[in-house]
Design a binder for this molecule. Sequence first.
Ligand code: GSH
Length: 203
Amino acid sequence: MKLYMNPASPFSRKARVIARELNLMALVEEIAVNPATSEEVRRVNPLGKIPALILDDGSALFDSPVICEYLNDLGGGKFFPGMSLLRENSGRWRALGLQALGDGLADAAVARNYELRRPEGEKSAAFVAKQETVIARSLDALEAMRFAKVPTIGEVAVACAVGYLDLRWPELGWRAARPHLAAWYDEFAKFPSMVATAPANLA
Ligand SMILES: N[C@@H](CCC(=O)N[C@@H](CS)C(=O)NCC(=O)O)C(=O)O
């Protein structure tokens, strides 16, 4: 399988963490691309976004929730708690809801970064301010939450989003007013799969 990714991308990182946690890296070739310029990404994903996973039959999977659930099934993981008539189902909805919040935080952080890179005169201060409000509200909501001891896709998504914020907006200083989230994230970031995928700019 080929994973089109970028070492800075929080969404790519979710898939890269799951692949490592489930010992799938012998099956996954990671191909680092810039989605803004990659013709290959546009060919395999009409949305022009990464991550995109190309299966051995040539079909493409996107976006990150779909790729992560595929890798989870392939590797027999427990990142997506299952549903059963005989069991409590709330674990699944908690995990998916937390993933939605983590992905939404990453969406706002990525959108802010893209906007700030636009040429002077084309940037919208109102657009940047809106993303910053979303980022602050999401971090405050996460501060009030308690995370699962056995991580689900929700915890992975949140950690990848927060790691991206540290890369792109370190001066935000989000930790000061959110000690619980900071303590949880700083421990989570020590997992070998997180260390191996620490965000970096594409060389
Ligand atoms: N919902 C998507 C979001 C993916 C996404 O926004 N990826 C960014 C990189 S971090 C991208 O490819 N952006 C290129 C663009 O928007 O043109 C997912 O979860 O995979």
